[in-house]
Design a binder for this molecule. Structure first.
Ligand code: G1P
Length: 284
């Protein structure tokens, strides 16, 4: 059973300026919830009990979001707004189950994960990137259900001309759902890509990955890449990609973020009928 999850949330969000100048990009809302809350709920659905955030400067809104807001709660109680009160109460985790560690320099995803090393002992740990928002079943729960040790990533086929935006898998045995990872490379050009099977931001890693990350070796974009550390584990332990059942939205891009808002609103029975008819009237 995977009990801990790491949420790297130290990135600068430069693709969403000026919105992310003072607001952490993980706090951008899809319908009525910030991206980071979707990721935390997805992890909780998988039975994760400890939530480790790797933060950076200007990210205090994330800490506040998962804490009590006494003024707000007092006002909601006084006004008898019990539904709203339940919403803010339900997102408070057991004391001691949420921790924060600072990544002082944005030196890459691998570096962010490595910053959490002292909070993880000799146990596998999940990693969730909040930018990758998944509609449908909890992706990390699907992965945890198939996990038998070693390393696992969420995988999806992408158009060949998009490989430069992802970690790309060299596939071994592939049953259409689980694909064996026999090679992994970060953001290859389409002509160099070993396949079009991409890594989506969900991982379950073996603790040995932390040792590899401690060498501080830099890779693509002169950053310490999680992809490179995972690639070094190939042949030492099992490594699979799981084609998950949900639909993934790239909320690190404006288009993906807008699509996510529409798809999540359409999946919301209160909003969907009015939104559907407005779109039909407005754009047809
Ligand atoms: C990161 C990883 C990449 C992965 C991607 C998924 O890249 O480095 O391997 O495919 O997330 O979203 P980023 O999007 O942070 O540049």
């Amino acid at each position: 059973m995977i009990k801990k999850a790491i949420f790297p949330v130290g990135g600068l969000g430069t693709r969403f300026l000026p919105a992310t100048k003072a607001l952490p990009k993980e706090m951008l809302p899809v319908v009525d919830k910030p991206l980071i809350q979707y990721a935390v709920e997805e992890a909780a659905e998988a039975g994760i009990e400890e939530f480790i955030f790797v933060t950076g400067r200007n990210k205090s809104a994330i800490e506040d979001h998962f804490d009590h807001s006494y003024e707000l709660e007092k006002t909601l109680i006084a006004k008898g707004k019990t539904d709203a009160l339940a919403v803010v109460h339900d997102m408070i985790h057991k004391p001691g189950s949420v921790s924060y560690v600072r990544q002082q320099d944005p030196a890459g995803l691998g570096h962010a994960v490595w910053c959490a090393r002292n909070m993880v002992h000799d146990e596998p740990v999940a990693i969730l990137l909040a930018d990758d928002l998944i509609l449908g079943h909890s992706c990390i729960a699907e992965m945890a259900a198939c996990y038998r040790g070693g390393n696992m990533v969420a995988a999806m086929n992408v158009p060949k001309d998009q490989t430069h935006a992802y970690g790309i898998i060299t596939p071994g045995a592939d049953d259409g759902k689980l694909v064996e990872v026999t090679g992994l490379v970060e953001k290859p050009k389409s002509e160099d890509a070993p396949s079009n099977i991409a890594v989506v931001g969900r991982y379950i890693i073996d603790p040995a990955v932390f040792q590899t990350l401690s060498t501080g070796e830099r890779g693509a974009g002169d950053e310490i890449q999680l992809t490179d550390a995972l690639a070094q584990q190939i042949g030492k332990s099992d490594f699979y990609g799981l084609r998950f059942s949900g639909e993934r939205f790239d909320c690190g891009s404006k288009l993906g973020f807008l699509q996510a808002n529409i798809a999540f609103a359409m999946a919301n029975e209160t909003l969907a009928p009015d939104l559907r008819s407005w779109i039909k009237d407005r754009f047809s």
